[in-house]
Design a protein around this ligand. Structure first.
Ligand code: SAM
Length: 271
């Protein structure tokens, strides 16, 4: 790491708060927006590390990763440490991409290894981008009004593994709905909670303005991933000691594969 660049120092000294507590040397750590975040990051990292390292290793020295909604790029950095040769980080917020660029320079990472793009995931040209050995779709789908569409994009980009991590609702019972005939109802196990994130200007973790964020329940997350074309789904099992949200099932890390892995590990705790 180099000395802290004045532009990076300015970013640290001004709001909004950061998503990750970057230790930058000189006794400086970036101020984060909530004290629970490091435990959430640690838990997600532990839940995805084994299968992601396996996919990177299987891909060999030219392993490619896309980090959809990379924010400041903390998970992108982990991918490079774990052996990816190239990571593309995408986020809709120019502020977090600016921070990611400053951190890339601070950590001495070559631009050709970590490319950063300010873009909406729905504007990605999947045909042009091709497939990636690892697709990270962490903390994104519940900030979108089209979470299923985002998973379709993630599927189109996935060559090896896609990790979809999301907040979930506590709706475990089916919801009841009509379907065009009076007094006739059906039940759906899959449902979403709708909310508008009013703090989107100050909170760098939020949706972008005007979006109605749809948070799935567990059944809806699995349904969407299946509909997007992932053939093999496994919800990574949270263990005691992991962040409580994952232990309770209020958040989940979903490992999604484009083809069946075969063998005993081909889970489906998911179903
Ligand atoms: C909760 S943060 C997750 C960051 C990171 N992926 C993680 O899980 O640590 C949500 C991120 O999604 C980004 N985001 C929201 N809507 C987006 C969109 N349509 N396209 C790309 N990024 C988006 C936000 O700017 C924010 O950085």
């Amino acid at each position: 790491m180099t000395d802290i660049d004045p532009a990076l120092r300015d970013e640290i000294d001004q709001p909004p708060a950061w998503m990750y507590p970057w230790e930058l040397g000189e006794g400086t750590t970036t101020p984060i927006s909530h004290p629970e975040l490091p435990d959430v990051h640690r838990t997600r990292l532990e839940l995805l590390e084994g299968p992601v390292r396996q996919a990177l290793s299987a891909a060999g020295p030219n392993a490619r990763v896309i980090d959809m909604a990379c924010n400041e790029g903390w998970f992108s950095h982990r991918m490079l440490e774990w052996g990816a040769s190239y990571v593309l980080g995408v986020d809709v917020r120019d502020r977090v991409i600016r921070r990611a660029e400053l951190l890339r320079a601070h950590c001495g990472i070559p631009e050709e290894r970590l490319q950063l793009r300010c873009a909406d995931v729905f504007d990605l040209n999947t045909a042009e981008l091709g497939t990636f050995d690892v697709v990270l779709c962490l903390g994104l789908v519940y900030h979108l009004e089209n979470p299923v569409g985002a998973m379709r994009i993630a599927r189109a980009l996935t060559g090896g593994i896609c990790v979809i991590e999301a907040q979930l609702t506590t709706q475990h019972e089916p919801i009841v709905l009509g379907n065009g005939v009076s007094d006739v109802y059906e039940e759906s196990p899959a449902s979403y909670a709708a909310r508008v994130e009013t703090d989107w200007e100050s909170d760098m973790l939020a949706s972008v303005g005007g979006v109605v964020s749809l948070t799935p329940n567990r059944a809806a997350l699995l349904q969407a991933a299946g509909a997007a074309g992932f053939a093999d789904l496994e919800v990574a099992r949270a263990l005691p000691g992991h962040n409580r949200q994952y232990v309770l099932g209020d958040r989940a890390v979903l490992l999604a594969f484009p083809t069946h892995r075969g063998g005993a590990s081909s889970s489906l705790e998911a179903h």
